[in-house]
Design a protein around this ligand. Structure first.
Ligand SMILES: Cc1ncc(C[n+]2csc(CCOP(=O)(O)OP(=O)(O)O)c2C)c(N)n1
Ligand code: SF4
Length: 273
């Protein structure tokens, strides 16, 4: 069987298809990169859990044939924290949209980072609330239009990876739907890291973000993402003005720090299970 058929038959709940995503949405590309990453990392299917919140991107959990938990909006990390603490052997991937993670879920996000709990947060950042009709999120670039900011948002966005780093996350990486093989590799690296790993996956939402900001269709949006991306290595040769126009992709930081679940069991003397 060719690999793609094997991946589809093994890791997709084909009975749940067709999916709800619009033509040209990047969610499917990111989801496929996640599936390939899990396979490549060699994790047993029964040990993998996909936790998600609410949003177009969070629907991925329903289509994936792992243990899955489709939680409430903004609370995916809280559910995942409880799960990891009770069953530390699990490999948990937490899929969130930019709104889910950084607006309603922002508090859970910074505290998961502060604890350095061994979860893999995959944030599908399309710069907008897709599911509810195109409101701006805390990651929407300043000046960009949304349903709730028809003249352009005045707010400056969070720099998500720096927010996480400041709060204590020990792995931060950025990739995009325009370079899915690199994204797959970044998810593998995050999953092998012991501690809170944040993988920001930039992804087109042609239906709302693209349309409201006149970015063209899916092909143009993917091409623009690719053209504006530069690797960490490539970025080191750019001056600040050039860099300000670019999206730096790759592993942005990685460091060692005590992991919460291990500390919990060591300090309490309890055994999991
Ligand atoms: C407590 C609560 N508040 C609000 C909503 C409505 N809601 C559903 S999804 C969503 C935003 C989704 O945007 P994002 O997280 O960026 O994901 P996307 O749909 O773009 O993938 C909102 C506000 C909800 N379901 N629950
Ligand atoms: S509204 Fe946007 S994020 Fe949601 S499925 Fe459509 S293209 Fe994707």
């Amino acid at each position: 069987m060719v690999r793609v058929e094997h991946l589809n038959q093994t890791f997709l709940r084909t009975k749940k298809l067709p999916h709800i995503w619009c033509p040209g949405c990047g969610n499917g590309i990111v989801t496929a990169a996640l599936v390939r990453a899990v396979e490549r990392a060699g994790f047993a299917q029964r040990d993998v859990v996909i936790v998600s919140g609410i949003g177009c991107s969070s629907r991925a959990a329903g289509y994936l044939n792992f243990n899955t938990l489709h939680a409430t909006h903004g609370r995916a990390l809280a559910f995942a924290t409880g799960l990891k603490l009770s069953q530390p052997q699990l490999k948990i991937f937490v899929i969130m949209g930019d709104g889910d993670c950084s607006a309603i879920g922002g508090n859970h996000f910074i505290h998961a980072a502060r604890r350095n709990i061994d979860l893999n947060a995959v944030i599908i950042n399309n710069y907008i609330y897709g599911m509810t009709g195109g409101q701006h999120s805390p990651l929407t670039p300043a000046g960009r239009k949304s349903t709730t900011a028809p003249a352009g948002t005045l707010e400056r966005p969070f720099e998500l990876l720096e927010l996480a780093r400041g709060a204590g996350a020990t792995f931060g990486a950025r990739g995009s739907a325009a370079q899915p093989r690199q994204l797959e590799q970044l998810i593998v690296q995050g999953a092998r890291h012991k501690g809170f790993a944040v993988i920001e996956a930039l992804s087109p939402c042609p239906t709302y973000y693209g349309r409201k900001n006149r970015q063209g269709g899916p092909v143009e949006m993917l091409r623009a993402l690719k053209d504006s991306s530069v690797s960490v290595e490539g970025a080191s040769g750019l001056d600040p003005a050039e860099l300000s126009e670019k999206l730096v992709t790759g592993v942005i930081y990685v460091k060692d720090a005590p992991e919460y679940t291990e500390q919990y069991y060591r300090s309490t003397g309890k055994e999991p299970g």
